[in-house]
Ligand binder design. Structure first.
Ligand code: OXD
Ligand code: MN
Length: 587
């Protein structure tokens, strides 16, 4: 499919090492994809679901030990350790290449190697970047087809250019002791072995679109961020765009596809989804910040997704979707997960593969990190700008976390530098998206802790630099939100979901200079949030918008320890902002 010498040389080398029986180029044609689906069904790699109720939908189950991203086995192999920084596992490139080569050698004997050319971003957009993933998994091919733009059009776009990200994935025997997800930023290379779970093997996603792209972005003057992008349309038909960063499994997909509360819907407000997980941001010739979603699908967490919590995401999964590690209703070959409805199937195959009575089963029928891979075009509220090669202009950047006590519902940073500090100072209680304990507070700057492909201190400096390059009048305003505040009985104080729109409206009103705010030690707090039709006590709202200085001062102590690990790589501006925060809290 190509005469590109850089591609051919690299491919020859990888084939010689992995020794597949066959090499198959993925051209992106429906005929080829359909043949692969049939093959995956015949070998049991995938299960065909009810084609009347769920046309084009398939099911896949991963090994029990292979259900989430493995951050402790994810490496950034820069020439020196300091370039990777304290957030990343590091090994010298030579040593890691040698270790990985030993694992890859002969790993595809008896198997087929698929060559997937893919574009992150619309093919040919000035924001877009090309990758080629080699994999021995049909599941990966079919997921990449949903999550990215693949096939011949991408190779045509690449032409004889050597500028592509070289990705290699071998499933091997999914042995967790030899599982590695490795990035060589200087070589634009990603190597993954011994996993078949999405985040570890769909190499266009976290590995390329965040880790490698963040590195490229710093060198080339743009940003790759763990952010959703949504457009909010007002009754006059004007659409403003917001980019928002939350740690994994904190409701990014829900926020990106939000349905406004009834009274706002009646007035004519609408939300348009541009992206639910990743944003690539560039400064336009007019000095504004523009964003694209480099992905073409949603790799969403299934549990908790319902008609009520995320109607649009659920609709997106009704056709051409791959479900991973959810439960199967054996009576009609449809899928089920906790939180879908209150009606688990009686005749059920749970995610590990046992047939159980779902009504009486005590464990989880779907894995807490089970997923759907759904084409973005299925989403009823997909933005008309989704394919716009120039991206959409961003008015507000929103950071958020899952904090039971500390953070108020919303506040605004005083300026870009303060906003960068607010992002850098983010913390959240952990979820099931990554392996490890759930519910522990971890500091997660810009929701990028596991995704920055270089030293986090340098990453903060890059954020500060980007602010200086923008027209200060036109730069996005920066905010922080927390939908997860708990009362003393452990109940959520804010209804969340569609009602988060009320907070987004305050944010956009602030950007337009239309809403009042009061100064507080942490930034600007709303005077009021519109609670029309909402059954919420004024006292509760007051509490939601309050700042407990004692709790915040404790958090400052934790932040000091956290930031100290970056040593002299931490920009002075971040220390200054932390000091200012402390001073204001003590005043
Ligand atoms: C994801 C994650 O899958 O952040 O999006 O883990
Ligand atoms: Mn994510």
């Amino acid at each position: 499919m190509t005469n590109n010498t850089a591609v051919k040389t690299w491919l020859d080398e990888m084939v010689a090492m992995c020794q597949p029986d066959e090499v198959v180029w993925i051209d992106g044609s429906e005929a080829q994809l359909e043949a692969l689906r049939a093959e995956a069904v015949s070998t049991g790699e995938m299960i065909k679901l009810n084609q009347e109720k769920l046309p084009g939908c398939y099911y896949h189950r991963t090994a029990e030990n292979d259900v989430a991203r493995v951050e402790d086995r994810t490496y950034i192999c820069t020439p020196t350790e300091i370039e990777a920084g304290p957030n990343n596992n590091w090994m010298a490139p030579d040593e890691m290449y040698a270790k990985m080569k030993a694992l890859y050698t002969g790993s595809m004997k008896g198997r087929t190697m698929y060559v997937i050319p893919y574009s992150m971003g619309p093919v040919g957009s000035p924001f877009s970047k090309i990758g080629i993933e080699l994999t021995d998994s049909i599941y990966v091919v079919l997921n990449m087809n949903i999550m990215t733009r693949i096939g011949k059009a991408v190779m045509d776009q690449l032409g004889d250019n050597g500028d592509f990200v070289k990705c290699l994935h071998a499933k091997k025997d999914v042995n967790p002791d030899d599982r590695y997800i490795v990035h060589f930023p200087q070589d634009s290379t990603i190597w993954s072995v011994n996993s078949a779970y999405g985040g570890n093997v769909l190499l266009g996603k976290k590995c390329f679109a965040l880790r490698i792209a963040s590195y490229l972005g710093r060198n080339e003057g743009w940003m790759a961020e763990h952010m959703l992008i949504l457009g909010l349309e007002n009754p006059q038909g004007e659409v403003k765009y917001i980019a928002a960063a939350f740690p994994s499994a904190c409701g990014k997909t829900n926020l990106a596809m939000l349905i406004p509360p009834e009274y706002l819907k009646k007035k004519g407000y609408k939300v348009w989804t541009v992206g639910d997980d990743i944003a690539w941001l560039r400064i336009g010739p007019d000095g504004r910040l523009y964003a694209i979603n480099p992905e073409a699908g949603f790799f969403g967490v299934a549990p908790g997704t319902s008609e009520k919590t995320n109607y649009n995401a659920l609709q997106a999964t009704k056709k051409n979707t791959i479900f991973t590690n959810v439960a199967i209703n054996n009576d009609d070959m449809t899928v089920w997960w906790e939180g879908l409805d209150k009606n688990p199937p009686e005749n059920c195959t749970e995610w590990k593969g046992s047939v159980v009575n779902g009504k009486t089963y005590e464990g989880k029928l779907a894995h807490p990190n089970s997923r759907f891979t759904a084409p973005a075009v299925n989403c009823p509220c997909i933005s008309p700008e989704f394919e716009n090669p120039q991206g959409v202009p961003i008015d507000a950047i929103v950071f958020g976390g899952r904090r039971a006590k500390t953070a108020p519902l919303v506040y605004q940073a005083r300026n870009w530098q303060h906003g960068v500090f607010v992002g850098a100072n983010m913390a959240s209680e952990t979820t099931a998206a990554a392996a490890g304990a759930v519910g522990v507070v971890r500091r997660d700057p810009m929701a990028m802790k596991p995704f920055v492909g270089y030293n986090m201190g340098d990453y903060f400096a890059h954020w500060l630099e980007m602010g200086k390059k923008m027209d200060p009048e036109k730069a996005p305003k920066i905010f922080h939100v927390n939908w997860f505040r708990l009362d003393d009985e452990g109940n959520f104080m804010w209804p969340g979901f569609g009602d988060n729109m009320r907070v987004l409206l305050w944010i956009l009103d602030r950007c337009a200079g239309k809403a009042d705010a009061v100064e507080s030690p942490i930034g600007y707090l709303p005077v009021d949030i519109d609670t029309t039709d909402l059954d919420i006590d004024k006292d509760v709202l007051k509490e939601l918008l309050s700042v407990d200085k004692k709790v915040w001062l404790e958090d400052v102590e934790d932040a000091k320890k956290y930031f100290a690990q970056y040593g002299d790589r931490l920009p002075k501006e971040i220390w200054d902002e932390l000091e200012t925060l402390e001073t204001k809290l003590k005043a």
